[in-house]
Design a protein around this ligand. Structure first.
Ligand code: OSB
Ligand code: MG
Length: 367
């Protein structure tokens, strides 16, 4: 496929409630949106999941835009299939979120051209997926219970609590006491150290599905040592940045469940490779989230519909994040979201609304 231009915009969207994690508090999302326009005038859309600051991963919005303009777009030379993107961009180290966004925009255009849905292309076998919700660190336990009650009433099928030192045992105990049966898991975003094994093992009494990324992203050995001390399964998020890193972590028994986030691993094609590996090794996977808009959410739902995604993901309804999404909203029905079945990612942004929230706009045009 040949491209005539890439349109970039950075939009600003307030979150419906602040989202506090061990790496900071998000009150709004600043999102880089990519539109690739092909020579036959098909638009492909994608969202770059990087956050404003390099707190969750080394990537950040302004850096991704720079990387794309300075190195990635020139390397593609206005011509590529989606399948060639990763190989062409391999010489540039890191930048998975930027690379994933370009690949996804190109894939959306390519699939629109061939009239196929992303779900079909990736190998989905479900038409709807079970939804979980990720709950931030609260100001107090009563406030946490209120927030979780709200989500449970809405029908979420799994609750994930963000934890950090001094916000772990007590809040998890209270939530577990109140909802003895609900599928429950925790996410530490690297907030603990190798010495915290005993502390984390205290969470074993709450029958958690998993503990997500307790230690530093580079500490694979530490996670494998921790896995011998705690009974709750360890699930890696930040540490898994490619198929290779997934293979290594599984081999080292550092992880027994994997959170697949397409942006973190360089795209949907790499995500499917990780899924296939995990399926063959009987490692359950689930689809993580980056507080995406409808553009990113649509594509995540297609991925979450693959057979190895046996745990509910952080694929929540649009209303969990935004008062008004940039696509038609994803609405939860009995704890499920429908997998888009239109061509490409299956959704289009509302251009007038997009314009109204755009902070920055620029294009790279073929000469
Ligand atoms: O660690 O999974 C994470 C959001 C932003 C960055 C990292 C994470 C998260 C979440 C929320 O937990 C996932 C979502 O609802 O999109
Ligand atoms: Mg996480």
């Amino acid at each position: 496929m040949k491209f005539s231009k890439f349109n970039f915009r950075i939009i600003g969207l307030p979150l419906v409630r602040p989202f506090r994690t061990s790496f900071g508090t998000q009150t709004h999302r600043e999102v880089l949106i990519i539109e690739v326009v092909t020579q036959e005038n098909i638009s492909g859309w994608a969202e770059c999941v990087a956050m404003s600051e390099p707190l969750y991963s080394p990537e950040y919005v302004a850096g991704c835009l720079d990387l794309m303009k300075r190195f990635l777009i020139p390397a593609l030379n206005f011509e590529s299939s989606a399948e060639q993107v990763a190989t062409k961009l391999k010489p540039f180290l890191g930048g998975q979120m930027a690379k994933a966004a370009l690949e996804t925009a190109i894939l959306d255009a390519q699939l629109k051209k061939s009239k196929m849905s992303l779900a079909k292309y990736l190998g989905a076998n479900k038409t709807k997926v079970e939804c979980g919700v990720s709950v931030g660190i609260a100001d107090s336990i009563p406030k946490l219970i209120d927030e979780v009650s709200d989500y449970v009433e809405q029908g979420y099928r799994r609750i994930k609590l963000k934890i950090e030192p001094n916000w772990d045992y007590e809040p998890v105990k209270e939530v577990r006491n109140r909802w003895p049966e609900i599928p429950l898991q925790v996410d530490a975003n690297q907030a603990y150290s190798r010495n915290d094994g005993k502390l984390l093992a205290r969470l074993d009494e709450f029958n958690l599905l998993l503990i997500e990324q307790p230690l530093d992203e580079h500490d694979i050995l530490g996670h494998s040592q921790l896995a011998k001390i705690v009974k709750t399964p360890i699930c890696l998020d930040e540490s898994i940045i490619s198929l290779q890193s997934a293979q290594d972590a599984i081999e080292m028994q550092a992880t027994s469940v994997i959170n697949i986030k397409p942006g973190r691993v360089g795209g949907y094609i790499e995500s499917v490779k990780i899924h296939d590996l995990c399926l063959s090794k009987k490692i359950p996977v689930w689809c993580g989230g980056m507080l995406e808009t409808g553009i990113g959410r649509a594509a995540n739902l297609a991925l979450a519909a693959l057979p190895g995604f046996t745990l509910p993901g952080d694929t929540s309804a649009s209303s969990r994040y935004f008062k008004k999404d940039i696509t038609s909203p994803f609405v939860m029905n009995d704890g499920y979201l429908d997998v888009p079945n239109g061509v490409g990612i299956g959704v289009e942004p509302d251009l007038d609304y997009l314009d109204s929230i755009t902070i920055h706009k620029e294009s790279v045009v073929r000469k």
